[in-house]
Write a protein that binds this ligand. Structure first.
Ligand SMILES: [Zn+2]
Ligand SMILES: [Zn+2]
Length: 66
C-alpha cells in the first residue's frame, strides 16, 4: 500500500476511490517526486489523495488567487 506523502494515510484516488497501486516495476513511482504528475491507473485522472486532497501533479507555483 502506498501512503500519501502528505498526510501518510493510504493513498486512495479521490476521483474513483480506488487505492492507488503502481504498476509492476514502478514501486516508488513519481508519487514522491513533486515535479512529476501522477495519473491514476484506474481512471487516468491526475491523482489526488482522497484523505487530504493533495494533488499529485498540479504545479502550484502561481498564486491561488485566480
Ligand atoms: Zn493525503
Ligand atoms: Zn482514479
Amino acid at each position: 500500500m502506498i501512503k500519501c506523502c502528505f498526510c501518510e494515510q493510504p493513498l486512495v484516488c479521490r476521483e474513483c476511490r480506488r487505492p492507488f497501486t503502481p504498476r509492476q516495476g514502478e514501486t516508488h513511482v513519481g508519487v514522491y517526486q513533486a515535479d512529476t504528475a501522477v495519473s491514476c491507473p484506474e481512471c487516468q485522472k491526475i491523482l489526488a489523495c482522497k484523505a487530504c486532497g493533495y494533488v499529485y501533479g498540479e504545479n502550484d507555483k502561481s498564486d491561488e488567487a485566480e
